[in-house]
Structure formats: structure tokens, C-alpha cells
Design a protein around this ligand. Sequence first.
Ligand code: ADP
Ligand code: ARG
Length: 338
Amino acid sequence: MDSGALIKKYLTPALYEILAPLKTKTGFTLDAAIQSGLKNPDSSIGIYAGDCQSYFIFSSILDPIIHAYHAVGEDFKHGPDLTGNKLDLVDPDNEFILSTRIRVARNLKDICFPCHISARDRRRVEFLVSDAVKNMPQNLKGQYIPFQDMPPSQMENLLTKKLAFPKGDRFQDTAGINRDFPNSRGIFLSRDKKFMIWVNEEDHLRIISLESSCDICGVFNRLCLGLNHLGKKLEFAFDKKYGFLTSCPTNIGTAMRASVHIRLKKLEKNQSLLRSIANQYHLQIRGTGGEKTSVDKGIFDISNKRRLGISGTRIIQNLHAGIAAIIQAEKTCNSTSL
Ligand code: ADP
Ligand code: ARG
């Protein structure tokens, strides 16, 4: 495999020999875990977990990957939980930021993750989540909408507004995550459409707070409100060391990605400067349509890269500081040097 994926870097033939015969209690193997990486040599990571126990049985391959991706020490440990936050608006005149979205991934304890889940357990996840959202706090009340039998025009409308999720990409497909799509998939949507839960996408739940503003704290505090409620109704897969356990090792820990959609007309032409500021603040740059997409009309998706060994509050503070630095560079960027 000619690839820059972390799996390629860390899975030596000797380690493969040791891990290949092992199985988790639910029957997940290393071969299943690396299918997506093998079939997509352009993967950046190349491995998924099939259940909670994968993190322990296959720790000798997952730990170095986690260590490299999250920039944590070898003795890494999950940081403190989410709390509320208060910060100034980062773009008070709404010159650059179009929207802010913060999501966390969660899986239910003792149920296999999406690449290894049975159709029956997928239905169980859908049942448990749709039941848990019946009594959301006042501002977050809404409706669970299953994808099964949804007219294509309604789906199209939800996708355009970034409220629903499509069938996963080739990375998720080869990992087994798309099996039986759209059965047992759906979204919970609050009445104001600023809070939603994606059910049975890459993880059992993707809990999302989204609005067309630069109010990172407001978006974060709404997420915390919803998450606190759900945490009382559902038992999430969690470990003291790894934090919240997720399908992809890039998401463990807080499992949180806080992003802004930001229009950077000047920095689009000076992406080495943009990248150097992003690296300084441990930020990741994605395209306008999300991961592995291109940048459209100068609109970048900028988010935290690290999710483990750092608190949700600290992630928000770093994002705020990094975006402030990027906006400053966009304002002062000398057009003659472009
Ligand atoms: P995830 O956030 O779940 O890891 P993606 O990068 O695929 O995965 O993003 C999911 C969707 O959310 C994409 O359609 C993406 O364009 C959208 N999105 C991400 N950040 C924002 C944002 N700040 N504003 C609006 N939409 C966003
Ligand atoms: N499996 C893909 C890769 O290795 C995606 C990794 C991170 N993204 C994700 N959605 N889990 O490139």
C-alpha cells in the first residue's frame, strides 16, 4: 500500500502478526478495522474501531495513532468535561464568519459501533435515541425524523440546509458504516433548527449545535444544554483514559469538533500563511462541504484538530483565539504579497 495514512506508518508486519489472530468479544478483528485504509490508500488514518473493546485489544496499533493525531503525550488521558463558556464575539461586525457549528460524537454503551453493528442493534439505537429526545429542555424541543420512507425532495431540502447527513463517503462505505442505509437513520431537529442529533451516521449519535452567526459561546452553551439532558437519559460508551469512545480514533476524548465557516478572500490566495496560523493553534482546515471537500468561493471550514487530553472549554478558547488571529491576518494581509 503506497499511502501516507497513519495505519501504514504504525502497522509493521511484526505487529500485524501479533494482532491479526485477536478478536473482541463481539468478533471484531484487525482485518475488519483496516479495510477502509486498505481499500483507500489516500486515507489519512485508515482504521476504525468496531466496539469499545477494540481500543483495548488493539491498543498497540491504536495508541500510537491517537498519540500522533491528537498531539498528546504517550501517557495521554481524557481531560475534564464540558462546561459553559463566556467569550467576546470573534467577528462582531459579521464580516467574515457565516456560521458556527459544534458537534460531539457519542455511542451507546455495550452496542457495537456503526461499522460492526447489526441491523437489529441499529434499530435499538434509533429507538433509544428517539425515546430520549421526547422531553428535551424547553428551547430544544423538536421532532425525530426518520430517513426511511422520507420523500427525496424533503431529504434534498434537509441536506442543502446541512441539517441531515447523506450516505457516507467511500471511506465509511468500505468500513461497513453505510450498510442498510437509510434504514434506522434519522435526525432529531429542534424547532428553531439550531440543535440536532444525527442518528446512526459514523457514530450512534452526532449531537450538533449550529447557527448562522459567530457566537461560538452561544452555540457551545446550547450544545452543553442538550448534551446534559441526553447524558441523563442514555448511557454513553466512556473510558477514563480514552474519554468518549468513537468509531474513528480521531474523535475520541471530547469527540468534539467546533468549526466556523469563514470567508477569507485574501488568505485564500496566501494559504501558506493561513496554514501556519492554523497549525500554531492546532486548527484543521476543511473544505466548504466538510471533510475531504474543496473550498468554494473562499469559504473555509476551520475547526479544532485535537479532541483528546483537552477540555471542551479549552477547545473553544483555542478556536476563538485562532480565529481572531486568522481574521487579523486577513485584515492586514498585504495584497501585493499575494
Ligand atoms: P463532522 O463535522 O461530522 O466531522 P464534516 O466535516 O463532514 O464532518 O461536516 C459535516 C457537515 O457539516 C458538512 O456538510 C459541513 O459542510 C457542515 N459544516 C461543518 N462546519 C460548519 C459550519 N461552521 N457551518 C455550517 N456548516 C458546517
Ligand atoms: N477514515 C478516513 C481516513 O482515514 C477519515 C478519517 C477522519 N475522519 C472521519 N470522519 N473519521 O482518512
